[in-house]
Design a binder for this molecule. Structure first.
Ligand code: ACO
Length: 506
């Protein structure tokens, strides 16, 4: 039964154990692995590699689409095998190793990595490990729940290991649209004009002789850990839905809004859930990760089509979708992340991009990655691919974090991922600030009035007013700009009164 998944009969003698396949990976190699937002990662070979490293330490440079599931980033970190990791992760253990300087992490726009591999600006993978549903008669690889960077890894690598995961239904075949752009500078425009266009093939085309090993697995993807909406995220969704309705009423957006992109995590998922109770219909998504909310919207008849590069679902939604995948086949496509996030397409389609900030400042600069300016959280992911090129670039966040100790709106962001030039709309549970067409001083007033939690509003207004006295196009008190972060590190809160009262007791 398993062998039937290898339809190119000449490849059937390449079946081997994960341990044997892991032997292709040698010290110092670059490995390109499938996997995007904990979906569709190769599972058996990386585990076997981590085991091997316990007896025979080696270091690799690991590239993926985005984050890995099944604790693989944790297992690989603990095995000591990661020298470099790119371009995204969400794992606590790896995060710690990155922040301790033990693993070199390259935090990069997700659409860009493959382009740099294509031009040899980055070292191409020696070995690619790709999870698959099947291998076709031609020896092409049918991916599973994510495409990510798998297609280009397989094309660029010297050797390819395929992990056929028999737990995934072979009915996933047909879901993918594999299009690989040609080399620059002679590249012609990408021929994708609508979210549901199919412009490539359904499997990754590589010469079959590149396949060095085939491993069978039956380990499921990890379930998504996103939580449902809470009071704050429901409030954020409410502000955003009201705003979008108004944009339609003013004639600035079409009735179905245009294609939507939503980032990862609890907040973006909850915001998309907010559209369930709205009047919008005939919605489409041109996004990277498709979460529960995508399928809730499809099931409710609100969302007509979703294009992504991975699907990550909660336990509740997983069997509902994957046991009935035929029902979604005309509503869904998975593409390489280079295509799902491509700046040319994002600009052409007029995408409304909704991503999450850790913090933003009173002028609209956004930090999505670095806690207090230094400690990596997850990475920029695809948020920059979309934010810079979207029709409307929206950032959402709760107004406070960590039991009110942190204000998500600060005088100056401690790290910049998205500059004020790439940010149109900011939304917190307190309200929404539309920054389009506003100068910095006007932006600041709107942000303070609409987005800041009352605990911090007076403090931020005081900063702004004193900065305005000093002057400038974008007024700041440079010596005070990070005082909130400094106070947090020293006294556990961004409330400056706390500092003063502590200091006065000394
Ligand atoms: C793969 C992709 O690229 S998908 C496309 C878009 N990609 C991105 O936007 C990448 C960058 N974004 C992200 O990594 C996430 O969206 C985040 C981290 C910004 C937000 O994640 P969410 O799950 O939506 O938000 P949530 O409010 O639960 O915050 C996550 C954690 O950050 C903490 N946090 C939030 N704001 C701050 C802050 N200013 N300072 C310190 N910690 C903060 C929260 O308390 C929470 O901590 P916990 O896990 O200990 O409870």
């Amino acid at each position: 039964m398993q062998l039937e998944r290898i339809r190119n009969i000449s490849l059937r003698d390449k079946v081997m154990s994960a341990e044997q396949a892991s032997e292709f990976i040698k010290d110092g190699m670059t490995v390109g692995m499938s996997g995007f937002t904990r979906a569709g990662e190769a599972k058996a070979v990386p585990k076997a590699l981590a085991e091997r490293c316990k007896q025979q330490p080696i270091k690799i440079n690991l590239m993926t689409g985005a984050s890995l599931g099944n604790d693989l980033d944790k297992i690989l970190t603990e095995s000591g095998s990661l020298a470099r990791r790119m371009p995204f992760q969400v794992d606590t253990t790896l995060r710690k190793a990155i922040n301790n300087g033990e693993v070199m992490f390259i935090d990069q726009h997700l659409s860009e990595m493959v382009e740099q591999l294509r031009n040899h600006q980055l070292t191409r993978p020696d070995v690619a490990i790709i999870e698959a549903v099947a291998i076709t008669e031609e020896g092409h690889i049918v991916p599973t729940t994510s495409v990510g960077n798998s297609a280009s890894f397989a094309v660029f690598a010297e050797k390819v290991i395929v992990e056929i995961n028999t737990l995934h239904s072979d009915k996933l075949e047909g879901l993918h649209d594999i299009y690989i752009p040609s080399y620059r500078p002679s590249r012609t425009p990408l021929p994708l004009e609508k979210v549901d266009d199919r412009i490539g093939c359904t499997a990754i085309p590589i010469p079959p002789e590149k396949i060095a090993g085939i491993v069978f697995t039956s380990t499921p993807d990890s379930y998504s850990t996103v939580s449902g909406p809470d009071v704050e995220t429901a409030a954020i969704a409410g502000h955003l839905v009201r705003f979008l309705k108004d944009e339609v009423a003013q004639g600035r957006l079409p009735k179905n809004l245009g294609p939507l992109q939503a980032g990862i995590g609890n907040i973006a998922n909850a915001v998309m859930m907010g559209l369930l109770d709205s009047d919008f219909e005939d919605l489409t998504m041109y996004s990277e990760v498709l979460q529960d909310s995508t399928f809730d919207l499809i099931d409710a008849g609100k969302l007509r089509f979703a294009s992504g590069c991975s699907v990550i679902l909660s336990e509740r939604m997983n069997s509902k979708v994957f046991d009935n995948i035929e029902a979604y086949q005309d509503k869904l496509v998975l593409r390489p992340q280079e295509m799902s996030n491509h700046p040319e397409i994002v600009r052409r389609l007029g995408i409304i991009a909704v991503n999450t900030a850790l913090e933003f400042d009173l002028y609209g600069n956004v930090n999505s990655t670095h806690v207090c300016g230094t400690k990596m959280m997850n990475g920029i992911g695809g948020s920059g691919d979309f934010a810079r090129n979207a029709n409307m670039s929206i950032f959402v966040t709760k107004s406070i974090a960590k039991n009110r100790a942190i204000s998500s709106v600060v005088p100056m962001v401690s790290h910049v991922d998205h500059t004020e030039h790439d940010v149109d709309i900011l939304v917190t549970d307190q309200g929404l600030a539309d920054l389009r067409g506003l100068a910095p001083r006007e932006r600041a007033v709107r942000v303070i009035q609409n987005c800041v939690h009352p605990d911090y509003r007076h403090q931020l207004m005081s900063y702004f007013e004193r900065a305005c006295v000093r002057g400038g196009h974008t007024p700041h008190l440079i010596e005070e700009a990070f005082s909130w972060h400094v106070n947090l590190e020293k006294h556990g809160t961004m409330h400056l009164e706390h500092k003063q009262s502590c200091d006065s007791q000394q």
